[in-house]
Design a protein around this ligand. Structure first.
Ligand SMILES: *Cc1c(COP(=O)(O)O)cnc(C)c1O
Length: 253
C-alpha cells in the first residue's frame, strides 16, 4: 500500500474560479430558455438573453464574454460606465443594456456606452438620450418601461419605475421622434405579488396596441430569473437574467 497522497482530479475547478461557477449556471439558464421556447413553439433564435451583471465586478463580465455572452445589463450609470470602459480596454465587444431607472441628467452619459435602454419611462428621458446618442454618433434602441400595477388593479409603485399604461403612447412618440433612437417595444417587471403569467399577458396586450401605431416595435423585454418561462410564453424577446446566472448579488457599492 502506497502512502502517496491522492492527486486532486485534474477536472476539479480551482477554488474561487468564477468561470467554473458561471459556466454551468449560464448553461442551465440557456437550457431553460430553449425549453421555454420549445414549449411555446417559438424559435429560440429570436430570444436575446441579457446577463444582468449589476453589482458584480468587471471580471465577471469578462468571464461571461469568454463563455459566449454577448449582452449584459446594468442598472446604475456610474457603475456601468466604469465597467464598460474597463472591459472595452481589453477589446471585448459586448452590447450594453441599461435596465435601471434613468435620471434625465444621466441620460446623456448612458447614451455614450449603452446600445439598448430598457427603462425609458418619460419623454424627457427620451429627449436626453437622443441628444446623447447624437453627440456620440451612435444609435440607441429603447424600450418604453411600463408599470403594470395600474392595469392589474394595484397601486402604482414609483420605486419600481415605468409609465402607467395610459402614458405609453406619449413616451413612445418621444422615442420615435428621436433622430438617433429606435423604438424597440415595451418592457416591464412583473409586480412581485402578482402571477407573472397574468402580468405578462397584460403586457403583451399593451404591446400589441403599441404596434398599431408603431409597427416596428416588435420586441418585448420581460422575464427575469424567476419568471423567464412565463415571459417566453407571452412573447418576450429580451430576457433580463441576473441571479440565475451570477448567483446572489453582492451589496451595492
Ligand atoms: C436586477 C434586475 C433584473 C435581474 O433580476 P434577477 O431576478 O436577478 O434575474 C432584471 N430586470 C431588472 C429591471 C432588474 O433591475
Amino acid at each position: 500500500m502506497s502512502g502517496a497522497p491522492v492527486d486532486p482530479a485534474p477536472t476539479d475547478p480551482a477554488p474561487g474560479d468564477r468561470s467554473a461557477q458561471l459556466g454551468p449556471a449560464l448553461q442551465a439558464v440557456r437550457e431553460r430558455v430553449t425549453a421555454a421556447a420549445a414549449e411555446a413553439g417559438r424559435d429560440p433564435g429570436e430570444l436575446t438573453l441579457v446577463a444582468v451583471t449589476k453589482f458584480f465586478p468587471a471580471a465577471d463580465v469578462r468571464a461571461l464574454a469568454r463563455l459566449g455572452v454577448g449582452d449584459v445589463g446594468e442598472s446604475r450609470d456610474q457603475e456601468a460606465a466604469a465597467k464598460a470602459a474597463e472591459v472595452a480596454q481589453d477589446g471585448v465587444a459586448l452590447r450594453w443594456h441599461f435596465i435601471g431607472q434613468v435620471q434625465s441628467n444621466k441620460a446623456r452619459s448612458v447614451a455614450a456606452y449603452c446600445d439598448v435602454v430598457h427603462s425609458v419611462d418619460r419623454a424627457k428621458v427620451a429627449t436626453a438620450l437622443d441628444r446623447g446618442a447624437g453627440e456620440h454618433g451612435r444609435r440607441v434602441g429603447c424600450f418604453v418601461q411600463v408599470d403594470l400595477a395600474p392595469a392589474l388593479g394595484e397601486g402604482a409603485d414609483p420605486a419600481r419605475g415605468g409609465v402607467a399604461p395610459d402614458g405609453i403612447a406619449a413616451v413612445a412618440e418621444a422615442v420615435a421622434g428621436g433622430e438617433h433612437l429606435d423604438l424597440l417595444g415595451l418592457m416591464a417587471v412583473a409586480p412581485r405579488e402578482e402571477d407573472p403569467a397574468r402580468a405578462f399577458a397584460v403586457l403583451a396586450d399593451l404591446a400589441a396596441r403599441l404596434r398599431r401605431d408603431h409597427p416596428g416595435a416588435v420586441h418585448l423585454s420581460a422575464g427575469m430569473s424567476g419568471d423567464l418561462e412565463q415571459a417566453v410564453a407571452a412573447g418576450a424577446t429580451h430576457l433580463r437574467v441576473g441571479g440565475a446566472i451570477l448567483g446572489p448579488r453582492p451589496a451595492p457599492r
